[in-house]
Design a protein around this ligand. Structure first.
Ligand SMILES: [Zn+2]
Length: 321
């Protein structure tokens, strides 16, 4: 893999900055998802391109009716649980305030809580002292945080919804099946054959963070080639210290190819370069591509998942209350 592969193969076709304060009342609208117009349905809710649970933002749309907004809103809790506890740690505001992180309660004991006070995370250890580990030599506190349960496929669908919100109308014509997949309730799940793996690539930045979330939609530059299949659309979402990358499933073009005959090819979006601090008079730095803070997840799972985050904090000294 080469760090620039992605930028050679994909081009940016839209981004959240084009949706800053877009929402307008009392104009004629058509929903890009269900195709209903102002005369057929209502457009009273303010639909966000990126759910505010991923960070406060003004990226809004005039192309999403109230029905679709509520229908797709059902993925947001899973998304929020999935990105916790980073928002609390970096003091990122969601709708109105910085969320409090409370550990998942597996047993009947008081759980770890993190509150942001004046922009700094404050820990309440509860009874989970075993989740905390001091590395005195390196002045580091290692904490295992138990995230609230989430359903991986809902996290994935929530991200796909962001992608479709960014998707220009003409391009969206190739993703009617994707809209149907997002809209349907989770029955007959065994009958779904995916054209691409439901892969989520997650980069965790260590030296930078984005207090305002943003998202970018990329399109493959060339057509389908030989026996490799690169998905047509790729979504990148920045929220706090996390950068997510997914590909949008069910593009119309895959109806005529046999997925088993094609090798799925994904190119990694080089989010990690934003985390690098280039030394002043040095033009080049060596990157060990096999040792990046990037995790790969298969999100094709309907059950609730318990996941822990291991986070290390460097400190100068500790103040105990
Ligand atoms: Zn609609």
């Amino acid at each position: 893999m080469n760090a620039t592969d992605f930028l050679d193969k994909f081009e940016r076709i839209n981004s959240t900055e084009n949706f800053e304060k877009k929402f307008t009342r009392n104009i004629e609208k058509t929903c890009k998802f269900c195709s209903k117009t102002t005369s057929e349905t209502t457009f009273n809710n303010v639909p966000h391109i990126i759910p505010e649970l991923l960070g406060k933002n003004n990226f809004t749309s005039n192309e999403e009716c109230d029905n679709c907004n509520e229908l797709f809103g059902r993925f947001e809790t899973d998304l929020a649980n999935y990105v916790s506890p980073y928002q609390t740690l970096i003091g990122q505001k969601t709708k109105k305030k910085i969320p409090i992180f409370q550990d998942r309660k597996d047993e009947k004991k008081s759980s770890t809580m993190i509150k942001s006070i004046n922009g700094n995370p404050h820990f309440n250890f509860g009874n989970n002292l075993s989740d905390f580990n001091y590395d005195y030599q390196n002045n580091q506190l290692n904490v295992t945080l138990k995230k609230k349960k989430f359903v991986p496929i809902n996290v994935y669908k929530g991200l796909v919804k962001i992608g479709l919100s960014l998707c220009p109308k003409k391009e969206l014509e190739s993703y009617r099946k994707t809209i149907k997949w997002l809209s349907q309730k989770e029955d007959n799940i065994d009958n779904i054959i995916y054209d691409i793996p439901l892969l989520l690539l997650r980069t965790r930045l260590s030296s930078k963070y984005y207090s305002k979330p943003s998202a970018f939609l990329f399109k493959r530059k060339a057509g389908i080639s030989e026996n490799t299949y690169r998905p047509n659309l790729c979504l990148i979402v920045y929220s706090g210290v996390l950068v997510f990358q997914i590909f949008i499933p069910f593009c119309k073009e895959t109806e005529n190819i046999n997925p088993s005959e094609y090798k799925f090819q994904y190119d990694l979006f080089p989010a990690f370069v934003f985390d690098l601090d280039f030394p002043k008079d040095q033009e080049k730095i060596e990157i060990d591509l096999n040792n990046l803070p990037i995790a790969k997840y298969d999100m094709n799972f309907y059950g609730q998942v318990k996941e822990n985050e291991l986070i290390g904090f460097k400190y100068d000294n500790i103040i105990r209350n």
